[in-house]
Design a protein around this ligand. Structure first.
Ligand SMILES: [Zn+2]
Length: 418
């Protein structure tokens, strides 16, 4: 027993280090972009050429995160080293990032395909690729420097080298003076978490071609193709989404569940982007819950705002099916989440800005593999194992929303969960 508790704690300690790539701001790892460094996007100026492609949605509320729409131009700069030569050609990188139906090494589409799918065609991320540049030092030199100083050194070198070929202002899609997407892809694999060239989303204070190159991301290219890292780091860089620690497999900003077919963006973030509509449910709607019991997967995101803090906190739920982009999920059903924008990111297990609501303790042990159970039984999630919820033990397996679920949200328990 002592032994299993010990290994449980060890696993908890090692979770972030094993599974996540970071956001790095001014040389320091952060859980979420600080307020002054959050990505923004001005849709009134950006990407007007793709308006016709956008579907109209019911969302009229301001997005919490940066929400670019239409065709977004993204810059990818390739760099290799004397001790690690470019493992693939530029044209192969272009296919990896842009080609419809890209399936090398088992990838489920290109990076562009991924974002077209999860955005319902509303975000067309087009990567323009330059390279390969041979770095001044061997890879081992950058990898050996403390923290992310090796990355920052390489970043500056790469920006300087490509400046004569690249018009950086092209990647300021909304013309607000800052670029949205600059990617540095380096030859070889990331080696040590939190050090050297470990994949991450980073920050620079450089200004070139009249624009500030604020956000960028670094992804490794070991020679075998996979899209998870690029997709995940783009999530930090373009939208400003945080890492969802203690969250599980339900979003590509959460666990690294699959490298070749990374799980979709969660439906709450998708609705926040306007990719699917929010459907707001009030206490008066509770008697009519059967009216919204069935939806297609990823079609709507139902939202119940906490009446006491309607702009900050609430519950959302949607029907999730474990096919396609969500194939890696352990099951299908109604997935409920609690959000609280007054909590920054998911940086501590008892303070989660976004978390899965667990309706039934029974489901954990019975239906889900042990690693899920380990992730979910944390301080801060236990309030959700409330009597009302436990009685309705099918939350994750049924499409039907029970009245008791909303009543549960109105309880004082819920109010205390922050
Ligand atoms: Zn991350």
């Amino acid at each position: 027993m002592k032994n299993s508790v010990f290994s449980f704690c060890l696993l908890l300690l090692s979770l972030p280090t094993m599974l996540f790539a970071d956001i790095v701001y001014q040389g320091k790892r952060v859980q979420e972009w600080p307020a002054e460094a959050r990505p923004t996007f001005d849709n009134s100026r950006g990407a007007p050429q793709m308006r016709a492609l956008m579907k109209t949605t019911a969302t009229t509320t301001q997005s919490h995160y940066a929400a670019p729409k239409g065709k977004i131009y993204s810059l990818t700069l390739l760099v290799d080293f004397s001790d690690k030569a470019a493992p693939v050609m530029v044209s192969e990188v272009e296919d990896w990032l842009n080609k419809e139906g890209f399936n090398r090494d088992g990838c489920n589409g290109s990076v562009r395909d991924y974002y077209l799918d999860v955005s319902n065609g509303q975000l067309d991320l087009v990567n323009e690729v330059y390279g390969w540049y041979r770095a001044k030092h061997p890879k081992s030199w950058y990898e050996s420097l403390p923290g992310y100083t090796g990355s920052d050194s390489l970043m500056k070198e790469v920006f300087a080298y490509f400046d004569s070929q690249v018009d950086f202002s092209r990647y300021d899609n909304d013309k607000d003076g800052t670029t949205e997407a600059i990617n540095i892809v380096y030859a070889g694999a990331g080696e040590t978490w939190g050090q050297g060239l470990w994949p991450h989303s980073g920050w620079s204070s450089e200004k070139r071609d009249g624009v500030r190159l604020t956000h960028h991301q670094m992804t490794d290219m070991p020679g075998k193709f996979s899209i998870y890292v690029f997709v995940h780091e783009s999530g930090h860089m373009i939208f400003g989404w945080p890492d969802l620690y203690w969250y599980g497999d339900y979003c590509t900003m959460g666990n690294r569940a699959h490298d070749l077919n990374p799980v979709a963006i969660n439906d709450f973030y998708r609705a926040d982007q306007g990719w699917i509509p929010f459907v707001d449910i009030t206490s008066e709607d509770v008697d009519n819950v059967t009216d919204f019991e069935v939806t297609k997967p990823g079609e709507f995101c139902y939202r119940y705002k906490n009446p006491a803090r309607p702009n900050q906190e609430g519950l959302v739920w949607s029907y999730v099916r474990n096919t396609g982009r969500n194939k890696v999920l352990a099951g299908s059903g109604l997935l409920m989440q609690h959000y609280d924008f007054s909590i920054e990111g998911n940086s501590a297990s008892d303070k989660l800005g976004l978390r899965i609501v667990h309706a039934s303790a029974r489901i954990f042990g019975r239906d889900l593999p042990r690693h899920h159970l380990v992730q979910w039984f944390q301080n801060g999630t236990q309030d959700y194992r409330h009597r009302n919820a436990r009685r309705n033990s099918h939350l994750l397996h049924r499409r039907k929303l029970h009245r008791a679920h909303i009543q549960f949200f109105n309880t004082s328990k819920f109010q205390q969960c922050r």
